[in-house]
Design a protein around this ligand. Structure first.
Ligand code: NAD
Ligand code: DAU
Length: 363
């Protein structure tokens, strides 16, 4: 039986990928995850008894442990999601990002290379898929799109750490012939996203009648993609991608943050009408958008991301399946139906409020 080793499989995108891989392949799926604040076994609760699922807790920077896991489970591929991922946290404390994303990826590559070499002929189908971000390309003006050959210009410590990891992955292919592939995806939204990123943060704050902090003028543009569409793209790259290649992934769905907030508030209003929400009534408000406050901008805030996805569309036949309106409705429903999950993952942790802005901030 084939085995896919999924690093970071207890995080937001990783857990959605694990679920999809168990559904759509016959492979065994082994999750390797450190369970940082962003990872939780609750994200994998529904698959914990699946006969083809295994979990190992560990740090990708621990080369010895990774080597043991590779020898023990003999994976036929590695899909590498594990990372520190929140831009705001990378501004507050870049060091963790260097440790996890750069050193961690390097140690994982070293362990993977040693393992791959040991496979000999049996390793002819082995693949290492590195999951990265469109943020490595920097910021766009009003025109243009990131292409796979766009130059790298990372602006946040997070983006810099992912860019460094991408370069190492590329180098391990070019120098050592490790069969790697890289994906660079745009902003994801969907189930199990830790409530510190824009979408879940705004949803939970709005439902609880808390302020909705918009950085700067709110006109920064992101290209939003439903998480399951990202997972399907990674699966397509894993199966059919060309070794040594990189693939951009995106939703073709550009929205500025004010537009995104309007979409979220409107979907929330459908499920939980603001006029009937006691948390809003207590503040004398009748609409979720009245909770919006403009707060100081994120330092180095990228203005616009937009992705040219022709390569993955033309070469692998992938395209997003979920319409934005449906994805947002499904996401809102999921968060409202899973308040216990939200409370548990947030317990004792900073989330549902940006780290540098007080909850009572008034613009
Ligand atoms: P996440 O923060 O929700 O989850 C990250 C997971 O990695 C967690 O389970 C965490 O415990 C684990 N992890 C962190 N450091 C680790 C380490 N040293 N060893 C082992 N496990 C470790 O992240 P996400 O949003 O699911 O992103 C997953 C990947 O996709 C990341 O590489 C990210 O850069 C990339 N990506 C994310 C987005 C997005 O919109 N969220 C878009 C494009 C690319
Ligand atoms: O583009 C892909 C990237 O998307 C991933 O690589 C990152 O891991 C992921 O976190 C995401 O990065 P962003 O910085 O774009 O996502 P975030 O949800 O933090 O912010 C989205 C936009 O919303 C951004 O312009 C900043 C703004 N924002 C965010 C928060 C948390 C606000 O205005 N207010 C907020 O409270």
């Amino acid at each position: 039986m084939d085995t896919i080793l999924v690093t970071g499989g207890a995080g937001f995108i990783g857990c959605n990928f694990v679920r999809m891989a168990l559904r759509q392949t016959v492979s065994r799926v082994v999750v390797f995850d450190k369970l940082t604040y962003a990872g939780s076994l609750l994200n994998l609760k529904d698959v914990e008894h699946h006969p083809r699922y295994e979990f190992v807790r560990g740090d990708i920077a621990d080369r010895r442990l990774v080597a043991e896991v590779l020898q023990g489970f003999r994976p036929t591929s590695i899909v590498h999601f594990a990372a520190e991922t929140h831009v705001d946290r990378s501004i507050e404390g870049p060091r963790n990002f260097l440790d996890a994303n750069v050193i961690g990826t390097f140690e994982l590559l070293e362990a993977a290379l040693a393992y791959y070499r040991g496979l000999g002929e049996k390793g002819r189908d082995f693949r290492f898929v590195h999951v990265s971000t469109d943020e490595v390309y920097g910021s766009l003006g009003p025109q243009g799109y990131f292409r796979e050959d766009s130059h790298y210009a990372p602006n946040s410590p997070y983006a810099a750490s992912k860019a460094a990891a991408d370069h190492f992955v590329r180098a391990y292919f070019r120098t050592f012939n490790l069969p790697t592939l890289i994906t660079n995806c745009s902003n994801n939204y969907g189930y199990y996203q830790f409530p510190e990123k824009l979408v879940p943060l705004m949803l939970l704050n709005a439902a609880a009648g808390r302020n909705l902090p918009i950085y700067g003028d709110g006109l920064n543009v992101r290209d939003w993609l439903f998480v399951e569409d990202h997972c399907a793209a990674v699966l397509a790259v894993l199966r059919y991608g060309k070794i040594g290649e990189k693939y951009n992934i995106g939703g073709g769905n550009e929205l500025n943050n004010l537009q995104m907030l309007e979409a979220l508030c409107s979907a929330l209003d459908e499920r939980l009408p603001a006029k009937e929400n006691p948390a809003l009534k207590a503040r004398g408000l009748t609409s979720y958008l009245q909770l919006r406050v403009f707060v100081p901008d994120r330092p180095g805030h990228d203005r616009r991301y937009a992705t040219d996805t022709s390569r993955i569309r033309n070469e692998l036949g992938w395209r997003p399946a979920c319409r934005f309106e449906d994805g947002i409705r499904r996401t809102v429903r999921w968060y409202l139906d899973n308040t216990a999950w939200c409370e548990t993952v947030l317990a004792g942790r900073s989330g549902a409020r940006p780290p540098f802005i007080p909850d009572n901030h008034q613009s």
